[in-house]
Structures are given as structure tokens and as C-alpha cells.
Design a binder for this molecule. Structure first.
Ligand code: RB5
Length: 149
């Protein structure tokens, strides 16, 4: 898969471990930065990765900040994005299966790198489910479309 990844200064170390991990699994990774620990606003990276994923240029995205929350909130303002913060693998699997999350987010200050790898594996190995789950995701998209008017 083609995976877009982005982070703020709080998550540089984790991102630098996760890129080679994802590549070792055979994925192509597009890195939107940041790659330094100079303080930088997380919304920029949430927006960049969100736009890239929403445009279809990547299959999914990975966002990391201190908690995973701020950067996912920003990404979720991009129409078509469903970014989900996870701190363990079961939720990571379910957000793909039930919520069709197209971005997975987590916090370097919250989870260790091995848990982050387990979260990524659970998310990437899961398949979005059809039926009632797809119908509920469509309801989310309908809400988004209604409020864009
Ligand atoms: C940066 O200090 C921190 O606020 C950010 O990484 C993130 O946790 C925001 O949600």
C-alpha cells in the first residue's frame, strides 16, 4: 500500500522508527514531516496528510503527535477523512473494519514504539466491512456533506 505519514516535533523519534518498519512490510511511505524537533504546529501535518489521502494519492495515512489527538482533529476537517486515534491494536482493527478509518493516529507520549507497530499491523491487516458498517460510514459522509453547504 501507499501510506502517507506526518507528525509534529513531539513524534519525530517514533516516526523515524516506523517508516523503515512500514517499508520492511512492503509498503511505500510518503513522509510529510516534520523531521526535526523544532516546535511546529501539528495542524499543518494533519491537513497535508489528510489532503493527500482524501485526494486518493495514498491508500491511507498515519499521523503522530504527542497524543495523536490534535493532529487527527486537523485531518478530520478535510472532507472525506476519517482519522481515528488508537492506543491499542483492537481499536485499530475495529476502526478500519467498522468505521473505514482512512487515517490511523496515535501519540508518541502515550504509546511505546512496539505498541505503535502492533497498532499499525492491526490496522493494515484489517479489511473495511460492508453491510451495516458501510451504511453507517455513509451516514457520517452524509453529515459531512450536509454541513459543507
Ligand atoms: C505538542 O506539544 C502537542 O501539543 C502536540 O504534539 C499534540 O499532543 C497535540 O494534540
Amino acid at each position: 500500500m501507499k501510506i502517507a505519514i506526518g507528525n509534529d516535533h513531539a513524534a519525530v523519534d517514533m516516526k523515524k522508527e516506523l517508516i523503515p518498519f512500514l517499508e520492511s512490510l512492503g509498503h511505500e511511505v510518503v513522509n510529510f514531516g516534520t523531521d526535526t524537533k523544532e516546535s511546529t504546529p501539528y495542524p499543518m501535518y494533519g491537513e497535508k496528510v489528510g489532503e493527500y489521502v482524501a485526494s486518493g494519492q495514498a491508500d491511507c495515512g498515519v499521523l503522530i503527535c504527542g497524543t495523536g489527538v490534535g493532529i487527527s482533529l486537523a485531518a478530520n476537517k478535510v472532507p472525506g477523512i476519517r482519522a481515528a486515534v488508537c492506543s491499542e491494536p483492537t481499536t485499530a482493527r475495529l476502526v478500519r473494519e467498522h468505521n473505514h478509518a482512512n487515517i490511523i493516529a496515535f501519540g508518541e507520549r502515550i504509546v511505546g514504539v512496539e505498541t505503535a507497530k502492533d497498532i499499525l499491523l492491526a490496522y493494515l491487516n484489517a479489511t473495511p466491512l460492508d453491510g451495516r458498517h458501510a451504511e453507517r460510514v455513509q451516514m457520517i459522509m452524509d453529515i459531512e456533506a450536509k454541513h459543507m453547504k
